[in-house]
Design a protein around this ligand. Sequence first.
Ligand code: CA
Length: 226
Amino acid sequence: MARVLVVEDERNIADALRRGLAAEGFAVDVALDGMDGLWKATEVEYDVILLDVMLPGLSGYKVLEQLRADGVVTPVLMLTAKDGDFDIADALDMGADDYLTKPFSFVVLVARVRALYRRGARTQSNIMEAGDLLLDSTRRRCERDGKEILLTAREFGVLEYLMSRRDEVVSKTEILASVWDENFDGDLNIVEVYVRYLRRKIDVPFGRHAIETVRGAGYRLHRDGG
Ligand code: CA
């Protein structure tokens, strides 16, 4: 399901967007100011962000600028007021993907959101597969059997490395070198700890064994997903 973030301080518009988009089959989160919008957009993976320009605290421009500076590539549709001093060229320069002027037709808005969603899904995905286990490196998303699995950054890194070398035996040293900071001088056992965490998330609930322990050598992630 496509996940949309609505950043809009006018509560009636935000509520109408939430209800309308939910009825169209989107999962919708709402942020009522720029700071909360920025926080949500950096913490959660959205497919499309609707961003009002005039927001209390942090303007839509600033939110957009910060998101792009942080490397968040989610498509952004700016919502602007007709009488505002909105500059389309500025917004597009800053990385907005589209804009709509209020008051807008809801039908048009949904069409634009769908278009951005399709475009985003095409350009952002970099998916590795092992059976029904999917890992999208660009969007930092993991799925198994169609269900999203939430991984920490470190768990994601370990799984990403194992998947990039599917069917090979990978040593703990190699995983450590790839996923941890080069200055990390801790114990190799940290890798075992993270493999255990991963198994609890990607294997155990699904009754699978994607990650095999190869005694004395390391781990192997099976191409068929175990
Ligand atoms: Ca506003």
